[in-house]
Design a protein around this ligand. Structure first.
Ligand SMILES: *Cc1c(COP(=O)(O)O)cnc(C)c1O
Length: 474
């Protein structure tokens, strides 16, 4: 299988050639030239596979230039019940991504039982194993540079810690993360993990990363890379749990189900779209947003209008506080029938005017694509957490609450609808307290997190200082 750029300006490449790259050199995103097809027979033959076996089968369709036995090894070592065991007591961790049915038609897909208590561990842990393997094979090393306001950075650090040939330099805004989030990252004492607390905002930290990465001599000389949400290997790894959920939810090969997905950068729900393109019977993909409703607006109107930082609100589902959705281009590429000229045109408009509007045919394709969207406010989020606790004794986090709200708003009668759980409530104590009046339970192993020693260096908002630090540590 070959990968091409959504902007059409780079030569086709293989899976292992693209996975260490971020954006393609033409500014586009890598996508498979064609999605692999999973027939009914194949799908049926996957019933009864373990999660690791299923991940192997799906990954093998995307990673045609890797040996099946290598993929199997990476997946078997990644998807273990020892790694994905931090969820609620009594959960069947053997399943890795178990379904929890609230009623006959509505279930939560537990994706957040990994070490950082958010769904990003599902793909990131695999990415760690994959990077280590690929780098060793090429006798290269990689210095991952990133900025985080919480989930991504910690998922990356937990996935990369102790790995050969990899270092992580993670910038975070000093004093702007929760005590739990800080402790989660800064308590990693591994030699290859470097936490840098920048005395500024997340945007300041992000700007430093951009400045360092745009110094091409420095970037190449220091083997700087990223693991952000546009990374193709992450997307492909996320496709697996849509198959897993469907296999768990259905007995009949034709049964179509729906997914409700708390969305930010559009990576998670894009994986669902890809699963559907591959042949998974998916009736609906329900995009859930919070008050930052760029995607909600698009799926109602066909107009994609990005926001500036003044119009990007701080909400109680903070991991969905986005002004633009970086993976969205991959979906639009499909809607434009994989025509890179049209994608270029739309993204030029976006650059000039901050928005684009699809033409009638494209908009019709969006409406036929199975996507819809719903948005939640803080009050609705709180109410959903409270109700879900009262009715089902199931405590959910604020992002999952947005997903569940969207499921209730858009769900079709008789269609099993699965809401993806993108984080555990333990990460969002204040909001949970507001909703139900008690603190969420602390997962085992996290009891003394706040008391653990921390490793972090503080820095001013200063690009040179960060460069010097990287230089002296690699
Ligand atoms: C990252 C994240 C999201 C958004 O996922 P995307 O793939 O960016 O759409 C939602 N909820 C939580 C808790 C997250 O960490």
């Amino acid at each position: 299988m070959q990968y091409v750029s959504t902007r059409g300006g780079v030569p086709a490449a293989t899976y292992t050639e693209i996975i260490l790259q971020g954006l393609a050199k033409d500014g586009g995103l890598f996508v498979p030239a064609q999605y692999p097809v999973v027939t009914k027979e194949t799908l049926n033959s996957w019933r009864g596979l373990s999660y690791a076996q299923l991940a192997t089968a799906v990954t093998a369709l995307f990673a045609k230039d890797m040996n099946r036995s290598t993929i199997a090894h990476l997946c078997e070592s990644t998807y273990t019940k020892e790694t994905y065991c931090f969820g609620r007591a009594g959960t069947d961790f053997e399943k890795i991504t178990p379904l929890h049915w609230l009623n006959d038609e509505l279930a939560i897909l537990e994706l957040s039982n990994g070490p950082t208590l958010a769904f990003k561990d599902m793909a990131m842990q695999y990415l760690g194993a994959l990077f280590e393997y690929v780098l060793a094979k090429r006798q290269e090393n990689l210095n991952i540079l990133g900025a985080t306001s919480g989930d991504t950075g910690s998922a990356a650090e937990y996935a990369m810690k102790g790995r050969e040939g990899i270092r992580v330099f993670m910038l975070s805004p000093a004093g702007r993360m929760s005590a739990f989030q800080k402790a989660q990252m800064y308590s990693l004492l591994d030699d290859n993990i470097f936490n840098i607390a920048v005395k500024g905002s997340f945007d300041d930290a992000q700007d430093i990363v951009k400045a360092v990465s745009s110094d091409l001599a420095f970037k190449t000389g220091h083997h700087i890379g990223t693991v952000n949400s546009i990374n193709w290997a992450r997307i492909a790894a996320q496709v697996v749990y849509y198959f897993s959920a469907w296999l768990q939810a259905t007995e009949n090969d034709d049964e179509e189900i729906a997914f409700a997905v708390p969305s930010g950068n559009f990576g998670d729900v894009l994986a669902g779209w890809i699963a559907k393109q591959m042949g998974l019977p998916v009736k609906q993909l329900i995009v859930a947003t919070n008050e930052n409703d760029v995607l909600y607006e698009f799926f109602r109107t066909g107009r994609y209008k990005i926001r500036d930082s003044e119009h990007t609100y701080v909400t109680s589902s903070p991991s969905m506080d986005i002004s633009k959705a970086s993976n969205f281009e991959r979906y639009i590429y499909d809607i434009c029938l994989k025509n890179p000229e049209r994608v270029n045109e739309l993204w030029d408009q976006l650059k000039e005017k901050g928005e684009f509007l699809l033409d009638n045919e494209e908009w019709q394709r969006v409406k036929d694509s199975g996507f819809c969207a719903a948005r939640s406010t803080h009050e609705e989020r709180i109410e959903r957490i409270r109700k879900t606790w009262k009715e089902y004794q199931f405590l959910i986090d604020p992002h999952t609450a947005d997903g569940l709200n969207a499921a209730y708003k858009m769900k079709l009668d008789g269609v099993k609808t699965i809401c993806l759980e993108t984080a555990l409530p333990a990460k969002f104590g204040t909001t949970i307290m507001e909703a139900v009046g008690f603190e969420p339970p602390v997962p085992h192993g996290y009891e003394n997190l706040l008391q653990k020693p921390q490793k972090v260096v503080e820095m001013d908002v200063n690009v040179q200082e960060v460069k010097d630090f990287i230089n002296s540590h690699c």
